[in-house]
Ligand binder design. Structure first.
Ligand code: TRP
Length: 451
């Protein structure tokens, strides 16, 4: 007997659930370091343009595919067009690449939370604290393992419902706390240089890499091109306003990322100067700069601890839904019990993640295509696989299933204002853009071009 598919209660319920999964380390940790590295204002501008064009097109397509078919990615493409079943399968590979390294960063967050709770603000603010920590062989792996166990425990016990509820309360608190810290940061002497760098686009810093980085970030942050939004769409009621929901999710996700950057980038100017080296910190940016901000604040220890609790929470809601995705795929394919699947996937994450973590220490000589391990997996998923999945999705819907199927689904209850624009994006602009990006990503990785 077929059981009725659960649905979200309405538009707000849907938007919150999707935003809870979308808002995570991508917004708080990844976006600020990319913005710092790729020229500040120009990166933001490119990101915003991509979000309202490419991001909008892809998200509305994925959610509509899910709601139309009532299935998650693997089955949904199969149902729409047999020949495109593999696109769903390909999308399913992505979370298996992302989850291990996502949990490594999650482990760093736990470590910093404990550091702040135990009152070691001074140590955490020291220049070499973070670098020394991730280079150790055992300690980061232990924090990472704790984080994975935490995530897996929730997935096994199945308290996601409670997590969803909690995130509707905690996410707004996170936004308020970020606003407070932002306010503090941008009023420090010297911060205005950073605010300018962050907000005013410098067109001379523009290059194809800016677009590549912004697009990878867009996919990552909005959980696109990996079947997640298809699954979410399959839980959406027919009378929920699809187009409006997509706009709201995008707005919320982008707002959190923007504020996180506004908190971190000016701080780089205040505490480390706006030197290229300080801005180029990459994945370590949040962990190096923010502790310095907290140390200089009154009550910084408490504010820092509160901040890392909320970051941990945002990260957990995302990694839970990532692990959940992996587990449900394994269950569907291999017909294992949930518990067995969760344990085995968790072991896989532990092994691959531990290797990624060691990539900052004993294994730092291991380079793939010139990239460290974390950067390599990040590149593989965000710059290669996700553009491929997105491209195939556009081709499948644009030329085989036809955009009308999506437009009809969107128009069930509300007019689709951008219909013409959407069809143009889906059939022409998005595929061209995705092909160019792919060629560029591969050329860069192979060292055929230098940037
Ligand atoms: N979007 C999440 C973030 O910004 C990360 C993420 C990517 C994700 N894919 C996902 C989360 C799938 C949940 C499910 O951090």
């Amino acid at each position: 007997m077929e059981t009725k598919r659960d649905t979200f209660s309405g538009k707000l319920g849907f938007v919150f659930a999707a935003a809870g999964s979308a808002v995570g380390l991508g917004n708080l940790w990844r976006f600020p370091y990319l913005a710092a590295k790729y020229g500040g204002g120009i990166f933001i501008l490119v990101y915003l343009i991509l979000a309202v064009t490419l991001g909008f097109t892809l998200m509305i397509t994925e959610i509509a595919i899910g709601r139309k078919t009532g299935l998650s990615a693997a089955g949904a493409f199969q149902k729409l067009d047999k020949r495109f079943g593999f696109v769903g399968a390909l999308g399913c590979v992505v979370p298996f690449i992302i989850t291990p390294y996502y949990c490594v960063i999650g482990g760093w967050v736990v470590k910093y939370l404990v550091t702040f709770i135990t009152g070691q603000v001074g140590q955490a603010a020291a220049d070499s604290y973070f670098g020394d920590f991730i280079a150790k062989p055992a300690e980061p792996v232990i924090w990472f393992a704790i984080y994975v166990i935490l995530t897996a425990a929730v997935v096994i016990i199945g308290v996601q419902k409670g997590i969803e509820k909690a995130s509707t309360i905690l996410m707004p608190i996170l936004v308020v706390l970020i606003l407070v810290i932002c306010g503090f940061c941008v009023t420090r002497p010297g911060a205005m240089e950073g605010v300018k760098y962050y907000l005013l686009p410098d067109f001379s810093a523009f290059s194809a890499t800016t677009i590549l980085a912004a697009m990878g970030q867009l996919f990552y942050s909005m959980s696109l091109a990996m079947g997640i939004m298809i699954t979410y769409g399959s839980y959406m009621k027919k009378d929920t306003d699809l187009r409006g929901s997509v706009r709201q999710i995008e707005l919320f996700d982008t707002l959190v990322a923007f504020l996180a950057g506004l908190m971190i980038v000016p701080s780089v100017f205040v505490f480390s100067g706006g030197s290229e080296e300080a801005l180029n910190k990459g994945p370590s940016l949040m962990f190096v700069t923010l502790p310095k901000v907290f140390e200089s604040m009154k009550l910084g220890g408490i504010i820092g601890a509160a901040f890392f609790i909320l970051v941990l929470f945002a990260a957990l809601t995302s990694s839970i839904s990532l692990l959940e995705t992996n587990v449900s795929m394994v269950c569907d394919k291999l017909h294992w019990s949930r518990k067995k699947a969760t344990v085995i996937v968790a072991v896989y994450i532990l092994v691959l993640g531990a290797i990624v973590s060691l990539g900052f220490g004993p294994l730092d000589f291991v380079k793939i295509l010139g990239l460290g391990l974390l950067d390599f997996f990040d590149f593989l998923s965000n710059s290669v696989l996700m553009p491929i999945v997105a491209l195939l999705t556009c081709i499948c819907i644009g030329y085989f299933v036809k955009p009308k199927a999506i437009c009809d689904e969107v128009e069930i209850n509300k007019p689709f204002k951008e219909k013409k624009f959407y069809i143009f994006m889906l059939k022409y602009a998005a595929p061209v853009c995705l092909v160019l990006i792919l060629i560029f990503a591969v050329s860069e990785a192979m060292g055929w071009i230098k940037v």
